[in-house]
Design a protein around this ligand. Structure first.
Ligand code: ZN
Length: 128
């Protein structure tokens, strides 16, 4: 898909904006957030189609944008992909989910990384 593959390349070739470090304009944030959403969306689609390597590349790319712009956008996708190999958990061939006591154990079948998360009980066990 066009537009998705390329990361924010504006600064390429040119001297990286001096005195801009850590400072981001509202526009940069918006564009970055949009691109992250797009990349995650595309990554999930690819993963469903079996292109896991490509999918994780997209997630890594999204993460880099988030880190560069200091965005929290990726936070809403927490738990939706492997923290090790960045593959999105979209199909049963990628991950295995089991309940273990009060924990949800998600095993990535790609790299074997295990994620343990407390079972979410909505509206009941809210953080104060
Ligand atoms: Zn993994």
């Amino acid at each position: 898909m066009k537009g998705v593959g390329q990361v924010l390349t504006r600064a390429k070739g040119k001297r990286r904006g001096r005195g801009r470090r850590g400072l981001r304009t509202a526009r940069m944030e918006r564009i970055g957030a949009e691109r992250i959403d797009l990349l995650v969306h595309e990554a999930k689609r690819r993963a469903r189609e079996g292109e896991e390597a490509l999918a994780s590349k997209y997630i890594i790319r999204a993460k880099k944008i988030a880190m560069r712009l200091n965005l929290k956008t990726l936070g809403k996708y927490r738990g939706e992909f492997c923290k090790e190999c960045m593959v999105p958990f979209v199909s049963a061939s990628i991950f295995r989910a089991r309940l273990h006591g009060k924990k949800k154990v998600i095993t990535c079948l790609r790299c074997g990384n295990v994620h343990r998360r407390p079972i979410e009980i909505k509206n009941l066990d809210r953080e104060k």
